[in-house]
Design a protein. Sequence first.
Length: 233
Amino acid sequence: MSSKVASLALPITVGVLADSVLSLISLAAVSRLSTEAVAAVGLSSYLFFLVNAFLTVFASGLSVITSQALRADREEVAARAVGETLSAALVFSVVLAASSPLWLKEYLLLTSQGNEAVASEGYYYALARMLSLPALSLGLTLSSLYRSAMHPWPPAVGSVISMAVGAAAIPALTLSPLNLGVAGAGAAVSIASYIGLIVYALWRPPLPIRLLPLAGLAVRVLAVGLPAAAERS
């Protein structure tokens, strides 16, 4: 049992560290711009922390449902759970990203206590990062599937790939040579998120992956995952 836990813990730790390094690279790059830019990225990053916590509903619930189904040799149930959860997570992320221009500026003004400069910088950074939400939801769903099937390394490798791409793209888009500022930093994070997904195209999935209409299993996934997401946020 201890060796099984260790085999899961190491790749998860690698993935978490890679994600943390990517965040530090973003802050280091925007710190070269202005103090307003640093504050804007900090406020926007907290927003994405909340979004990530909500997406944990899907990831945590799916992990439990698929693990139970695979242990019971009910691969068709696990595959349906993955398909329905993937659809639900993508719908949520697309709707949130598409609607963000309607509420994002107000959120930033509220959290920055009315600081127009910070809200303006944060708006462009967050708007560019909103493009990464479908990749984030897809990555969280697939990582839950692979870990449930005792294949924890593909998500970790994907995080490392994203970190490597971000380490090159964030300074290039934020500072020299493109000089896009905070919008460049947000766009670079989004680009890195999508490129990190390439690992799932190269690493054979343990189950068939396809989008399925929302039905009973999606509700079960949400019911199981909600306590974990509430605890994390």
